[in-house]
Design a protein around this ligand. Structure first.
Ligand code: PCA
Length: 202
């Protein structure tokens, strides 16, 4: 049975609630997934993890990848200024924190490595998200805070281990703009697209 990792974050800054925490916690541990590109379906087991909003949290998945793997990794984070969900396709090799993280660390004008920005290997542009029922956008800007750091560290570790594991970051607006039900639906849809490959169109 395919195994996926779904992560969220706890509260940070002036956000007393981080919707990604509740979404991850209430997400089922076993879900049926249908191939969105053709035939086939499977039960998928979902490992759920809430990451701390600090350097340790940003490195948790990367550290785990030293000793184990999943079939897909999907990180969720809150984007307080967003009104639509954003599928992040790039992690920037940059950190510039407007507020301290939950450990009190505040890095300004910092780099995460010496190797430059990292792109997800997932072909999101071939997914046809324009036709999805839920309004979602593709973004090149995962921010300059812990979400970007987390995405960068996970993609970096996948490269180091040469693992071909599909990995994405989904930034969600606050619950005023986007319901938990829609978030859960979007997560399922993304996991289905990450676990199956788009068929070649001729
Ligand atoms: N959002 C922050 C960090 C944790 C979260 O949910 C970010 O966008 O960096």
């Amino acid at each position: 049975m395919p195994r996926v990792l779904l992560t969220g974050f706890g509260p940070f800054g002036n956000h007393d609630v981080n919707p990604t925490e509740g979404i991850v916690e209430s997400f089922p541990s076993l879900i049926p997934i249908k191939n969105p590109f053709g035939k086939g379906s499977s039960e998928v087991s979902v490992e759920k993890r809430i990451l701390t909003v600090d350097e340790m949290g940003s490195q948790w998945v990367a550290n785990e990848l030293d000793s184990r793997e999943w079939d897909a990794i999907l990180h969720l984070g809150l984007c307080g200024e967003c009104t639509r969900p954003r599928i992040e396709v790039r992690a920037q090799d940059k950190l510039d924190m407007r507020i301290p993280d939950n450990s009190g660390r505040q890095v300004n004008d910092g780099r995460l490595s010496e190797s430059g920005n990292l792109q997800t290997p997932v072909p999101v542009k071939k997914w046809g998200i324009e036709d999805w029922e839920i309004d979602v956008e593709i973004s090149n800007d995962a921010g300059l805070f812990i979400c970007n750091e987390t995405y960068f560290r996970t993609l970096e570790a996948l490269n180091t281990h040469q693992f071909a594991i599909p990995c994405l970051f989904l930034h969600l607006p606050s619950s005023d703009h986007f319901s938990k039900q829609d978030a859960s639906k979007l997560v399922r849809q993304m996991l289905a697209h990450m676990l199956y490959k788009p068929s070649i169109q001729v």
